[in-house]
Unconditional design. Structure first.
Length: 621
């Protein structure tokens, strides 16, 4: 029996012994399943309705009509993509309702131990799609079109794509009974505990994954196969639950990775036009992940269509575009969103096979079709292997040249980055040389991705370390935290003071790149990422200060303190200690268990010194 099933009401705590309503959540149906997924959806194409939601599992999961509509439209590639065969991609939508309540305690425990960039989505659903479109003479339109969609709050794109690769083909062959069996298997999985390596059995395969923890080193993504001696068959080991092949994603725009990194750091609106939902979603996710370990605090949509209910919000010209990275495949949107300050156009891969029928989004199916581009899609061979067709020597695509937004004239816009933004930092030419040399020599993709990820990690850490150093200086000294006094306050963040400190503690200490670091910091202060980082760090420091205060109280001699104190003061101490214990548990404060135990002993000692009538009030039977 799991912990949720054994849960018992906690002992009430409150002022003067008032009974609290707080209790451990009772057993919830599909509790283990919901630790990983919200639900599984099946979207099919109906001749009369267009995309239609055929199935939601578990059947009692509540989705609003708006959420259902968004899932339907985002689960099919638009007709311009012409995807035949099997296609995988992802999307992200705002939650409008339907959340299971209350969330299991395991969810809160996961967030407290997970890196901030991998915490559960609080207000959005993430959708992971496996779409199949194949010729089928038994269907009236001549094509089988269906999507299996995993809806989750966890940003585990690698894990859920691997899971879909296993279960979707089985489902398309065997349909509903297979899906029920898979969901029952997922309902038996252990919870995703940060720092743990888990074996997850499904459809006769065991997926072995490591759940990232805050204690992990950012660059450590490898996972050795272990703990499978008694498992048959041997586990399928995933090196990461979330990391993408960054080099493969960024290869079409390699020369401007640093410019794109700056745009992401500053939270600038960016429109990504790609030839397919796969390329679109992977590029958007790669852009949002290039700031790790910094949390991406802006909105992002890996795949977005004109049918989305928020389209008007993004298309309005009466105000500046919101801070969002938008991935689209329909070239019509370039004309509609020409006012966006930054547009990244990725070339089309070679189209193989015959184009499929227009789906429910086929109103754009008669739009202009681009000719084959010089650079393939994310899975294609390097462009250097097609000499004389728009490539520079060494495999660097010609399309990555910066272009002015004024050149966005037609729907047949050439690939490239359209922006008036001038990068603050100089390009790392040595990195580009190493990557291109590795590409020419046929170095493994993992090696090139590790090199690129290491560069972006060093860039982000070099930028963040001075901020962390300055922020740490705002924390009161531990010796200033006295047990019987209100803890001192965290000092405010003064931007000018920080900028002056850069001369001694700036990024130049850890990064060789030259440029206008001061200008980059000044713009960063106006971005959602500074606000998100500062709120997170200040919250963590406040929790640390609370923990230090509780430790100071527990280390003090309470009996000596009580000698000259009135009954009212002793009662007040009992109530404050109880409140601190509740906060330590509910906010996951960094407090050792022995400190909590000493706090409980202090409470018992204080209550024992009071008259019997007060003891009865504070500790009712």
């Amino acid at each position: 029996m799991d912990a949720l099933s054994r849960a018992e009401p906690r002992r009430a705590r409150g002022r003067l012994g008032a009974q609290s309503a707080e209790a451990r959540a009772p057993a919830v149906p599909w509790a283990r399943f919901s630790a990983w997924l919200e639900c599984v959806c099946v979207v099919t194409f109906d001749l009369e309705l267009g995309q239609a939601l055929e199935l939601v599992y578990p059947s009692d999961f509540r989705l609003t009509d708006k959420e259902k509509s968004s899932i339907c439209y985002l689960s099919f590639p638009d007709s311009h993509s012409g995807c035949l065969g099997d296609t995988q991609f992802s999307f992200r939508i705002r939650q409008c309702g339907g959340q299971r309540s209350p969330w299991p305690a395991d969810d809160r425990h996961y967030d407290s131990g997970a890196p901030v960039s991998l915490q559960r989505e609080a207000a959005h659903y993430l959708g992971y799609v496996y779409f199949r479109q194949v010729k089928d003479s038994s269907v009236k339109r001549g094509y089988f079109q269906k999507s299996l969609v995993l809806v989750s709050r966890l940003p585990f794109v690698r894990l859920f794509q691997a899971l879909l690769s296993l279960i979707a083909p089985e489902y398309f062959d065997k349909l509903a009974p297979c899906l029920e069996a898979v969901c029952s298997e997922i309902d038996q999985w252990p919870a995703p505990v940060p720092g743990r390596t888990l074996n997850l059995p499904v459809v006769g395969v065991v997926l072995q994954v490591h759940i990232p923890s805050r204690a992990d080193k950012p660059e450590s993504t490898s996972l050795k196969q272990r703990g499978h001696e008694n498992l048959l068959p041997a586990p399928l080991v995933l090196s990461s639950v979330h990391e993408l092949d960054l080099f493969r994603c960024f290869q079409p725009v390699l020369a401007h990775v640093q410019t794109l990194w700056e745009l992401m750091l500053l939270g600038e609106p960016l429109l990504v036009l790609a030839p397919s939902p796969t390329v679109s979603s992977e590029m958007v996710l790669a852009l949002t992940r290039c700031l790790q370990p910094l949390k991406f605090c802006c909105d992002y949509r890996p795949y977005f269509t004109i049918h989305d209910s928020e389209f008007k919000e993004f298309a309005t010209r009466t105000q500046a575009p919101p801070n969002v990275v938008l991935g689209v495949t329909n070239p019509f949107l370039i004309k509609t969103l020409q006012h966006w300050p930054h547009i990244l156009r990725i070339g089309e891969p070679k189209m193989s096979g015959e184009a499929g029928p227009a789906s429910a989004q086929g109103s754009w199916g008669d739009g202009p079709r681009h000719s084959e581009a010089t650079l393939g899609g994310l899975g294609s061979e390097p462009a250097a292997q097609t000499p004389g067709r728009g490539c520079l020597a060494g495999g660097l695509p010609k399309q990555v040249k910066l272009k002015k937004p004024s050149r966005l004239k037609t729907l047949d816009t050439k690939p490239g980055l359209y922006t008036t933004y001038t990068a603050h930092l100089h390009r790392d030419k040595a990195l580009l040389t190493r990557l291109l040399r590795g590409l020419r020599r046929g170095r493994p993709a993992d090696t090139l991705t590790t090199l690129l990820r290491g560069h972006l990690l060093e860039l982000t850490q070099s930028f963040v370390i001075p901020l962390e150093h300055y922020m740490a200086g705002l924390m009161p000294l531990q010796k200033s935290v006295a047990p019987w006094k209100t803890p001192p306050q965290i000092r405010p963040f003064h931007q000018d003071d920080f900028l002056r400190s850069l001369e001694c503690t700036g990024p130049q200490l850890t990064c060789v790149l030259k440029g206008d670091w001061l200008g980059l910091y000044r713009r960063f202060f106006k971005s959602p990422h500074f606000d998100g980082w500062y709120r997170q760090r200040r919250r963590e420091m406040a929790h640390k200060l609370e923990a230090l205060h509780l430790e100071a109280i527990c280390e003090a001699d309470i009996e000596t303190w009580m000698k000259d104190k009135s009954e009212v003061e002793v009662v007040d101490l009992v109530l404050k200690l109880r409140e601190k214990l509740v906060r330590a548990q509910s906010h996951q404060l960094p407090v050792k268990e022995e400190t909590l135990q000493r706090a409980r002993l202090h409470i018992e000692t204080a209550i024992g010194s009071l008259p019997k009538d007060l003891q009865a009030v504070l500790c009712p039977p």
